[in-house]
Design a protein around this ligand. Sequence first.
Ligand code: MLT
Length: 266
Amino acid sequence: MKVEVNGIKIDCRDEGDGLPVIFIHAFPLNQTMWDDQVAGLRGTCRTITFDLRGFGRSGFANTPQSIEQMASDLRGLMQALGIDRALLVGLSMGGYISLSFYRNYPDCVRALVLADTRASADTQEARDRRIKAAEKAEREGSGAIADDMVPMLLGRSTLSARPDLISRTREMIEANSPAGIAAAQRAMAARRDSTDLLAAMNLPVLIIVGSEDSLTPVAEAETMHRAIRASRLQVIEGAGHLSNLERPREFDAALREFVEPLDPRG
Ligand code: MLT
């Protein structure tokens, strides 16, 4: 289904009833990375996935982009779907957007799942790397970005044993436009630090991380866990940065255990 938000068309899927659980995908992928979770939570809650602007089947405005803008798109999507409050599940870039959303619309967040992400902003070195990667996407196309990123996104166990997941991840990246990829890299480079939000968070938070995540390692998850009073930390053994794709059974079990006790009207 397509929904018009902030002047662009956002492609989303909305199924089931009960507590709305909205999934926010990683860079540079699309909403299909959540297919296993939608299936795993069927009958438990209402699940919503969507393609962020510039990714998948959503539209793209060729203007500078920001993480706040993507959080505003999410707010617009919720309004269009008649959702006042939702549980947000954000993985990596999806986590940056979830934290930005929480800063700007705290009353719209019922609970948070922060997977394979970090609250801190980029170092200058990481920013410079992103600007170079954005230029590379524009110069060499999405295939070159897939070459660089697949070995970093997936953990060593997956890389050595799951050619199907390597292909699936590659296909998601290659299906995105170089302009969409570049705009999101620049948005992430400019994102603000969200660390100041953590100590005052008074909502249920589940932090998930793959034991083989080299982009946002377990130590990052532990730092957030220490800072957020009401948080739970789940390390998924044998998964890399894309813990939900690499170990869906374990990821879904953690999610179900977190979602089920929450009052759908809360
Ligand atoms: C992601 O998975 O969304 C990216 O690795 C995030 C990032 O580059 O910081």
